[in-house]
Design a protein around this ligand. Structure first.
Ligand SMILES: *Cc1c(COP(=O)(O)O)cnc(C)c1O
Length: 449
């Protein structure tokens, strides 16, 4: 059991390790900072599952042997010898040996949440940020320079779309070509050799739930030396983009991973060289732009990750049940778990076993007026859910995408992305019983007719 305890526990606290016998390795192993408990190499008899990877991640105990880790609520860290400070700033001593400088750089509690995120996504490393948008903007600024070029999917979260369309060209002359990622040759043609460094997409796109062919797109990008960054906010546990070929996975933790609709947070999961470069004192986007996660927030979130798998299974099971029944009523439903969804079989071939097909579904009510009437009945008369943006909450959240989360896009851009004006996006919650919630939904639909 001792090996599962943190080094600081074994030597009696962080300061203890600094007072240690000087058994300090000379060579800095970049990966060591994000170390997992055991070697997770692929096994021929064992299907990779994020839940198994999470259970295998190092369990951090509290300073006094508490089953939960302690919160390192310090902005700054002390050293025993003045020489140690110089060595920390020179990069000779780092978090892998329990040497911390300042919490905008590494913080032990935030780093531990990063280890869980790395385990969840099957990447070497991960670090957490103050929001999903800061994770996205920081990783793109790390991978692109002024004058650089990104190829991105036409169907993206509105904030990301605005960042690439308006902010990056103005602020740093990074331009983006948007392509239909279902057309692999269009993606290939959009890549400008020597200029394009990133292919950016969402595993399951917002709000139209289009599923990306991650293995094929990664292959095309890698042939041209382009890194693949995938936003997996809509499908944690369900899809593991890095296991399918992507280089970097970004998350808005504010959604399913948090599950409480009470926190804004994000993460960058990827190779150790990238995460370390983002923390570099001279060139690191996270270190220098400073979208830092608070250690208290990191602690709270780390307590929710163990039940993420259970929550996702229930979100997905409810969404599939509602989608199937809504379709039977003759309504226009978009859900990747339905046979008629254009990427149903693709998703089946990529998805981790037994989690389902995602916790969101879209109902096309054709006009904004009908969409609004339905949502009004659902919230104010049948208590089915709440009119709110965001997703991954235990209650059902509904919004009309065209006039809310995708309103940064022009109507032409919306049409191109397949967002009808009456599209109601539902993040299906898991409170109550399925039959109770279905009867509320059914009643609202009959009132609308
Ligand atoms: C919400 C969201 C974001 C932005 O995340 P924040 O945590 O709100 O900054 C990015 N991508 C997707 C797909 C999202 O749903």
């Amino acid at each position: 059991m001792a090996e599962t305890r943190s080094p600081s526990f074994l030597v009696g606290g962080v300061a203890g390790s600094k007072r240690g016998t000087g058994a300090v390795k000379e060579k800095d192993d970049q990966q060591a900072i994000f170390q997992k408990k055991s070697n997770m190499g692929p096994s021929p008899t064992w299907i990779w599952d994020p839940a198994a990877a999470l259970a295998n991640a190092r369990h951090e105990f509290g300073e006094h042997g508490g089953v939960n880790m302690s919160i390192e609520a310090s902005a700054t860290f002390t050293v025993m010898e003045p020489e140690t400070m110089r060595r920390m700033f020179a990069g000779e001593l780092g978090p892998d040996r329990d040497f911390f400088i300042y919490s905008r750089h590494f913080n032990p509690t935030v780093l531990n949440l990063g280890r869980l995120m790395a385990a969840l996504e099957g990447t070497e490393a991960a670090y957490c940020t103050a929001s999903g948008m800061s994770a996205i903007s920081s990783v793109l600024l790390q991978l692109c320079s002024s004058g650089g070029h990104i190829v991105a999917s036409t169907v993206l979260y509105g904030g990301t779309h605005a960042l690439l369309t308006h902010f990056f060209p103005r602020a740093c002359n990074i331009t983006t070509t948007f392509v239909d990622i279902g057309d692999v040759s269009a993606v290939k043609n959009a890549i400008v050799e020597g200029k394009t460094t990133v292919l950016y997409l969402e595993s399951m796109s917002n709000p139209t739930l289009r599923v990306a062919n991650i293995p094929e797109l990664s292959k095309v990008a890698h042939e041209k030396g382009v890194k693949v960054v995938v936003d997996n906010t809509f499908a944690p546990m369900v899809l593991s983009p890095a296991r399918l070929g992507a280089d970097v996975v970004v998350h808005s933790i504010s959604k399913f991973i948090s599950g409480g609709a009470d926190v804004i947070a994000g993460a960058v999961c990827g190779p150790a060289w990238l995460v370390n470069s983002m923390m570099d004192l001279h060139q690191g986007a996270l270190m220098l732009l400073g979208p830092t996660m608070n250690a208290k927030v990191a602690f709270e979130l780390s307590e929710r990750i163990p039940h993420l798998g259970l929550r996702m299974k229930e979100h997905c099971a409810r969404a599939l049940a509602f989608a199937t029944r809504l379709k039977k009523l003759g309504l226009k439903v978009i859900y990747p778990g339905l046979e008629d969804h254009p990427q149903h079989h693709l998703l089946k071939s990529m998805a981790n076993k037994d989690y389902g097909f995602g916790g969101l579904l879209c109902l096309d009510m054709e006009t904004e007026e009908r969409a609004n009437r339905l949502m009004n009945i659902l919230q104010n008369h049948s208590q089915f859910g709440f009119m709110a943006v965001s997703l991954g909450y235990y209650e059902t959240l509904m919004s009309c995408s065209g006039s809310s989360t995708s309103s940064e896009m022009s109507s032409e851009e919306q049409a191109l992305a397949g967002i009808s004006p009456g599209l109601v996006r539902m993040s299906v919650g898991y409170v109550g019983t399925l039959e109770q919630k279905w009867s509320q939904l059914e009643k609202a639909l009959s009132v609308l007719q």
